[in-house]
Design a protein around this ligand. Structure first.
Ligand code: 5AD
Ligand code: FES
Length: 348
């Protein structure tokens, strides 16, 4: 089958084999990417129109017990200045965010033992009591199913846990021995079973990634049927073992965003900060490739620079209000509009 035929088949809801995914990903050209992007935009606009959902990201701790080889806040990075936000600071972020029109808050952090299930549950309850019209997303890593259930019962709506790669050998080159793909995937299935809206995802261009591993990512996503998928380019961090590796590319990230939109039309798909970091118009390009979410930061500027997963992260000096404005303008410049909305998946 020709490449455009494969894209047509995907757009019509056919399932591609792993081999076909490999061909499609390996066959990327300017022309094919534009073909995919046009179809992705049109499907996205049928479901979501020109609206872009926004999430207020609160990076509440950069302590982490893990040692992922790509990540700037890995435990071995003794040069990272560690911080935790207090419950009061977190609630302040929500207040500011609410006033700016955010109706989803994302609590993201390293795997930090200080934040026990009791503490997390307490924070969830307080946020949901104050902002019952907002969705709450957690992004705090691998936990026991019982913990996920407690957070859900306390009011959490969504959970982000990127699978990072669906290829076991590749997974093991990105992570220390104590982490496993099996456990990661178990977590994702548990989250789904509990009833969360779930997000998985991966970095584009991570060291060791191939069309083969990417094809497995696409098949895994097809199987899991997550409501959200987060992808952004791998960007090296100078204090990690991957300091000298090359970053992922804008073009491949955009192409994969389009393919993801075609794979799952109503997906909540962010144009990520990492994409905005490697290209000044990366997020606009991401939206035009089929993404429909942006996730600016609500953390206090005093800690922004410290949550550095990769080098040169954007927006580390900007107040939440500035980012909100900036994104309003950016979206407007391409004919899209940021909306005040929880931003749940729409059925088509
Ligand atoms: N480059 C790009 N993305 C990264 N992440 C972690 N480190 C990097 C990096 N160096 C991503 C991971 C993680 C998410 C929170 O950030 O995919 O799941
Ligand atoms: Fe933060 Fe543009 S989004 S300054």
């Amino acid at each position: 089958m020709g490449m455009k035929k494969l894209i047509d088949a995907l757009a019509q809801g056919s399932s591609l084999t792993e081999k076909q995914w490999e061909e499609l990903i390996a066959g990327q050209t300017e022309e094919l990417a534009e073909y995919a992007a046009e179809k992705a935009r049109s499907i996205r606009e049928k479901i979501y129109g020109k609206t872009v959902f926004t999430r207020g990201l609160i990076e509440f701790t950069n302590y982490c017990k893990n040692d992922c080889l790509y990540c700037g806040i890995r435990r071995s990075n003794s040069n990272a200045e560690r911080y935790r936000l207090s419950e009061e600071e977190i609630l302040d972020c929500c207040k500011q965010g609410y006033e700016l029109g955010f109706r989803t808050f994302v609590l993201q952090g390293g795997e930090d033992g200080y934040f026990t299930d009791d503490r997390i549950t307490d924070i969830i309850k307080k946020i949901k009591a104050k902002y019952p019209d907002c969705a709450l997303t957690l992004s705090i890593g691998e936990k026991e199913k019982e913990s996920y259930q407690r957070f859900f019962n306390a009011g959490a709506d969504r959970y982000l846990l990127r699978h990072e790669t669906a290829d076991e050998a590749h997974y093991n080159t990105l992570h220390p021995e104590e982490l496993s793909l099996r456990h990661r995937m178990d977590c994702l299935w548990n989250l789904k079973e509990i009833g969360y809206q779930v997000g998985c995802g991966f970095m584009v261009g991570s060291p060791g990634q191939t069309v083969g591993t990417l094809a497995k990512d696409m098949k895994f996503i097809e199987e899991l049927q997550p409501q959200m998928v987060g992808i952004g380019p791998f960007v090296p961090h100078h204090e990690t073992p991957f300091a000298k590796e090359t970053a992922g590319t804008v073009k491949q990230t955009l192409y994969l965003l389009s393919l993801l939109r075609l794979l799952k039309p109503n997906l909540l798909l962010p144009a990520t900060t990492a994409l905005g970091t490697i290209d000044p118009r990366g997020r606009e390009k991401g939206i035009l490739a089929g993404a429909n979410v942006v996730m600016p930061n609500l953390s206090p500027t005093t800690v922004r620079k410290k949550y550095e997963l990769y080098d040169n992260k954007i927006c580390t000096g900007d107040e939440a209000a500035e980012c909100r404005n900036c994104l309003n303008n950016r979206m407007q410049s391409i004919g899209y509009v940021l909306v005040i909305d929880r931003g749940d998946p729409r059925e088509r």
